[in-house]
Design a protein around this ligand. Structure first.
Ligand SMILES: Cc1cc2nc3c(=O)[nH]c(=O)nc-3n(C[C@H](O)[C@H](O)[C@H](O)COP(=O)(O)OP(=O)(O)OC[C@H]3O[C@@H](n4cnc5c(N)ncnc54)[C@H](O)[C@@H]3O)c2cc1C
Length: 282
């Protein structure tokens, strides 16, 4: 199917892109187009204006900024997947995103802005406690990952804002991401998956964040897991007990790929796997 007619703006600067967004009744940013174009062709989305940011210079770099690593708006999944200076959870999440064509066109910022309930990188971003930098008509603002994912395909970004950068803090510790893809293994969107970040000091777990994907209406922090694991020795038994709390306070939803019960089971399994892989690195 063809999309409805729309105006196409190939912005050459962020200022131009922001003013094109602000001046339209219903505009959408396009970065890689890997999700936007299929949705427009299926007529699930019919914006009046598409603001293509793909030609704006200076947004396609992963840079070390001291306390954090910055991922620019046009950094492709493939770049994130081969970065040496990003945490393993995010690198693995990017390398298991779609196929090679999708990874060469789609962007990490686009995947995060899109906020699909079964996407890979949003869970990693949430577990890592990243900060999103948004640019709009009133300037730039920072949005912590904990406040960024609002609902299904809905983020805290305003319609006239562009996600220009994701900042990954250099927090130390170790991270991992694991998922069951819709076609088995790591291929395709997650039926369910978990990203974990853990820190240990003198044999004791001092910090822990686990984020789930594919389980609820948005990437969700498993607070109960962190509560159970912090203060333990991070042993196999401690991880097993903590993972049992993966869905505590989480509204688990069934979908085409699994019942509520199966999804809850997978959330626990993948929480345990991600935590075990992260702790094994410490
Ligand atoms: C065949 C196929 C398989 C896929 N498999 C997977 C998978 O296994 N796992 C997975 O996680 N994803 C998967 N995806 C989705 C893929 O990761 C998309 O590339 C990604 O979700 C969107 O990134 P993009 O840069 O292409 O964004 P676009 O398609 O350009 O935009 C997507 C949405 O985000 C908004 N947006 C994009 N960039 C910005 C920005 N900088 N600021 C504000 N809003 C913005 C757009 O307005 C739009 O609403 C798959 C896609 C395809 C086509």
């Amino acid at each position: 199917m063809y999309p409805r007619q729309f105006e196409y703006v190939a912005a050459t600067s962020l200022d131009e892109a922001v003013s094109a967004l602000a001046g339209a009744e219903f505009a959408k940013v396009m970065s890689g187009g890997m999700s936007l174009i299929p949705m427009m062709k299926l007529r699930l989305l019919s914006p009046d204006v598409v603001v293509d940011i793909g030609r704006i210079p200076g947004l396609d770099q992963i840079t070390d900024a001291g306390d954090y690593v910055s991922i620019g708006a046009l950094v492709r999944h493939a770049q994130t997947a081969s970065a040496q200076n990003l945490p393993r959870a995010l690198v693995d999440a990017a390398s298991w995103t779609g196929d090679v064509q999708v990874r060469n066109r789609g962007t990490t910022c686009g995947a995060v802005a899109h906020a699909d309930i079964a996407a890979d990188q949003p869970a990693a971003i949430l577990a890592l406690g990243a900060t999103m930098v948004a640019r709009g008509p009133n300037g730039t603002r920072e949005i912590p990952a904990d406040d960024f994912f609002v609902d299904t395909m809905t983020s805290a970004l305003q319609p006239d804002e562009i996600l220009t950068e994701i900042r990954i803090p250099k927090v130390g510790g170790a991270t991992a991401y694991d998922k069951l893809g819709r076609r088995g293994g790591h291929t395709d969107y997650a039926v369910a998956g978990a990203a974990a970040w853990v820190q240990k000091d003198n044999g004791t777990v001092t910090n822990c964040r686990v984020a789930l994907t594919g389980v609820g209406t948005k990437p969700t922090l498993a607070h109960g897991v962190a509560e159970a694991l912090i203060g333990t020795d991070g042993s196999e038994q401690a991880v097993k007990e903590a993972a049992e709390r993966a869905t505590e306070g989480v509204t688990v939803l069934e979908d085409l790929y699994g019942s509520e019960e199966y999804k809850a089971h997978l959330a626990k399994v993948y929480t345990r796997r991600a935590l075990t892989q992260a702790l094994a690195q410490l």
